[in-house]
Design a protein around this ligand. Structure first.
Ligand SMILES: NC(=O)c1ccc[n+]([C@@H]2O[C@H](COP(=O)([O-])OP(=O)(O)OC[C@H]3O[C@@H](n4cnc5c(N)ncnc54)[C@H](OP(=O)(O)O)[C@@H]3O)[C@@H](O)[C@H]2O)c1
Length: 218
């Protein structure tokens, strides 16, 4: 069983992931930026850790990470501005990587973005910046020497999902329920042999457990 540090615990993916991790026997510490979120997290079985990833230094994050052996980063600026995108989607994972190196945390699961996102429409400079920051974080994690899985979901839907996905190293673009992303991450965490990988994820026809089993190499 793992001690999991979840950045984005109150988000659409994060709040669905929490009960899945707890049901699998893991302990979860959840970063949250608003004091009033602590009670809800506690009620869900999460140990709350108050902090804003934009303001936290690596030293503070290192203190928070002590005792955790796995981290999930599913936070995001969600289109709230250029500088916030840089600080949350880009710098946030980089701080986590550095803090993880210092504490000896073993594995990071990073929610990134599907490379084909928005390719069929005219995108804004802000969206392109978002994609560049996601890629900057992916590249840093892939080069970090840590164990990692980068998850690139299609367009997220506000739904728990039916537990059926399409997951692979290269897929046609599509939508994916936030609950299916959460279920995929929960199953990956319990398959630690799957590491140093980047997966694309959409809704599909395969159960999450079969999809994860099929991703094992060898
Ligand atoms: N939208 C899409 O179609 C799409 C597609 C592919 C990938 N993604 C990626 O999917 C990930 C998460 O999706 P989601 O639906 O779970 O997002 P969400 O519902 O917007 O949740 C974002 C989470 O990040 C937290 N957060 C935001 N700013 C923070 C800060 N400064 N410090 C600490 N925590 C902060 C939020 O906390 P609060 O509760 O306090 O706001 C929340 O827990 C993001 O990385 C996003 O880029 C999105």
């Amino acid at each position: 069983m793992s001690d999991i540090f979840l950045i984005g615990a109150t988000g659409g993916i994060g709040h669905r992931l929490v009960p899945m991790l707890i049901a699998r026997g893991h302990s979860v510490t959840g970063l949250h930026r608003k004091p009033e979120q602590a009670d809800t997290l506690r009620e869900a079985g999460v140990l709350p850790a108050l902090g804003d990833i934009m303001e936290l230094g690596v030293d503070e994050l290192e203190q928070m990470l002590k005792g955790s052996d796995v981290a999930v980063f599913s936070a995001g600026a969600a289109g709230s501005g250029w500088d916030r995108t840089t600080a949350i989607d880009g710098d946030g994972p980089l701080k986590l990587i550095e803090a993880a190196r210092r504490t000896g945390l073993k594995r990071i699961y990073l929610v990134s973005a599907f490379p084909e996102a928005g390719r069929t429409r005219e995108t804004s400079e802000g969206f392109e910046h978002y994609m560049q920051e996601k890629k900057r974080a992916d590249a840093a994690l892939a080069a970090s020497g840590l164990d990692y899985v980068i998850i690139r979901p299609g367009t997220l839907q506000h739904a728990d999902g039916d537990g059926k996905v399409s997951a692979g190293r290269a897929l046609p673009y599509g939508n994916v329920a936030r609950g299916n992303v959460a279920a995929f991450i929960a199953a990956l965490i319990d398959a630690p042999d799957i590491r140093q990988e980047i997966f694309e994820l959409t809704d599909g026809e395969t159960s999450v457990s079969d999809a994860v089993a099929a991703l094992k190499r060898g």
